[in-house]
Ligand binder design. Structure first.
Ligand code: PLP
Length: 280
């Protein structure tokens, strides 16, 4: 089998360098499109139904009608996995706004694309080291929808790179921490697990982590003030392609002991067991 990825774009199977969409699409002209990003373990998609639910929900939130059924999208995903021999991979599903005659109002049919890229094995040394992140005040457009407008994320990541940090946390006008640029945010205060409920993308990994924590830790889904960070014991981010990533420093603040914490490690072990037992 060809080791170069084969992607699906609007009815065609192409290599990434040949993959293109028309410049008349409002996805390109105006950033009007939705997408999903999920992963496979041993060629099996993780929580596919949750990702498809979120794709349609994101589209609804920005008033984009997806002219593809779940079955059609599932079939393309299955074929993408079949055509690409990667053991673990990241899959992106893109639904564009469609072509436009006046350059703003979509008049053409939204286009469907599925992209696949290989993922490495889990890196537990990186987990132990944890991440250093910065905070930033940039605002995401339609934060509960997964649209391709990642201007705030790109700007925040550039700022993070300038500070030698791995990522950035979005903080709202009231001083509450919402999420990472491509991840959800959690803290432990003692045994209590706290994560925001609103103002951010409802992550699929976030839901899984809350399910894994439910019988073990008290859970509070509520705003987390920046000022509260000084009294947290552990912090971590969650995302499909990265699972659970401990955060050991936020701006100048060292989180807890400055190392991946024991409760976060316990959740990570539960996550690994879930994956290894194929319970997804
Ligand atoms: C802004 C944002 N928040 C949170 C997440 C985490 O979502 P998930 O766990 O479904 O990957 C992502 C993932 O891409 C994201 O882009």
């Amino acid at each position: 089998m060809d080791q170069q990825p084969i992607w699906y774009v609007d009815g065609h199977w192409v290599h990434p360098q040949e993959a293109c969409i028309p410049l008349t699409d409002v996805a390109v002209l105006r950033g009007y499109s939705v997408f999903e990003s999920l992963r496979t373990y041993d060629r099996r998609p993780f929580r596919l139904d949750d990702h498809l639910d979120r794709l349609y929900r994101s589209a609804e939130l920005i008033d984009l009608m997806v002219p593809y059924t779940r079955q059609e999208i599932r079939a393309v995903l299955e074929e993408t996995i079949r055509r690409n021999a990667f053991r673990h991979a990241s899959l992106r599903i893109l639904v564009t706004g469609g072509g436009s005659e006046d350059g703003v109002l979509p008049s053409g049919k939204p286009l469907l694309a599925v992209m696949i890229t290989p993922l490495p094995e889990r890196d537990l040394e990186a987990f132990q080291r944890g991440l250093r992140v910065i905070t930033c005040r940039l605002r995401r457009e339609a934060p509960e929808a997964k649209t391709t407008n990642y201007i705030a994320a790109v700007r925040a990541l550039k700022e993070a790179a300038r500070h030698g940090a791995a990522d950035a946390l979005f903080v709202d006008e009231q001083g509450y921490v919402l999420e990472g640029t491509r991840s959800n945010f959690f803290v432990f205060r003692g045994d209590t697990l706290i994560t925001p409920r609103e103002g951010m993308l409802p992550g699929v990994t976030r839901t899984v982590v809350l399910e894994l924590a439910r019988d073990r830790f008290p859970i509070e889904e509520r705003p987390i003030a920046l000022a509260e960070l000084a009294s947290v014991d552990e912090a971590f981010l969650t995302a499909s392609s990265k699972e659970i990533m401990p955060v050991v420093q936020i701006d100048e603040l060292i989180v807890g002991t400055g190392q991946a914490g024991p409760r976060t490690w316990e959740l990570e072990q539960r996550f690994i067991a879930l994956v290894e037992q194929g319970r997804f």
